[in-house]
Design a protein around this ligand. Sequence first.
Ligand code: KG4
Ligand code: ZN
Length: 406
Amino acid sequence: MLLRFHHCRSLLKPISARRFVSTQIDRKPLLVLGLESSADDSCASIVSSTREILSNVVLKQNKIHESFGGIHPLHAQEAHQRNLPLAIKLALEEAKVKIDDLDAIAFTRGPGMYGCLSVCAGAAKALAAASGKPLIGVHHMQAHALTPFLTASPTSPAPVFPFLTLLLSGGHTLLLLCTSPNQFRILATTHDESIGQSFDKAARDLEIPWELGKGSPGAALESFAFTPLPDSPTPSSTHQEVTNYDFPIPFRNQLSFSYAGLRSALTRMITTNPVETMSLLQKQSIAKGFMVAAFKQVEEKLAMGLRKIEQEEGIQVEGLVVSGGVASNTYLRTQLRAKLDQLSPNRSIPLHFPPPALCTDNAAMIAWVGIGRLERGRIDELEVMQKSKWGIEDCEADFEDREEKQ
Ligand code: KG4
Ligand code: ZN
């Protein structure tokens, strides 16, 4: 058995997915194990093609990274090496599933931190090799964008193509047009840093403890900015309240994001008025001003993107999907609904947010894209490698090229 794997390269090729799907799909729901370790969460999940999340394990590393003020790549990789096997064990136990019951192993192939990605890639490849199950390397941002299809319910129906997508995370700030599960066009991306990174650095600079946001610096910044302070002279809990600190909104007439200027403005404020000497109220106003300006920029780009697609290109969008860790922000959710209603007063454009726990990194979204890929016969070979940089427009390009040639 071992010799076959060592010496016969053809045995490293995946089994024919088309044959596999045609014999399996009518019989029972497909079950896929998803693995994710692109940043600082070690995740494993089992999802069925009937949209059941049988398990969804997320092992966090915030305690390791908080003292660095952000994710330390090497420590993150080591923590994944320690934690991912346990996450897989727990996911199988919780779902009451054995490896033999699975139809495929999916993992985050990219984009993300190279060393971190190597952990889920290595684990998935080893599991697929040992079990003979198909292997599927998934694009992380495609997975964020398609999560609302997994979480759809009678009260929150699945998106309809074509739709706009805002993917707001620690690594990305993207406005996209999505016309099918694997076709994305970038309308705007960031010129410098991502919105999530800017929140993480603002939380660090304002010395806001991550535990306020259950281990997430962005969530901690939100909680600090919008929770009323005891003895506050003005109630600060309402999202509509105007802040005293105005932050710049760059590239006002361009379909492009930028968050570096916002952070420089924060640095200047803190230099003239150090955090240690600030009153709690001042600090809260700054945190709120920062977040409000960051999201104002998102609203402006959404308006420009919608105008471009609908008015200039004549494409009617059927909804807006907002996903990625930053999409769990309650203030953003309220603002975007109001913005869409203002932009489209005669037609209510459906707004799709995954539940907060599935906005931040998780492996259920990876397993879900894995199911779609399995159904389309788009299986990777065991030699597939992680990709730290990988444009979403090319999320299934390897297969498109191959299928065109056939
Ligand atoms: O998608 P995600 O979990 O990981 C990446 O793919 O990067 O996004 C993580 C980002 C971090 O920057 C985190 O601080 C931010 O999402 N985040 C938030 C909130 N929850 C997480 N930002 C603002 N408000 C939140 N409630
Ligand atoms: Zn993510």
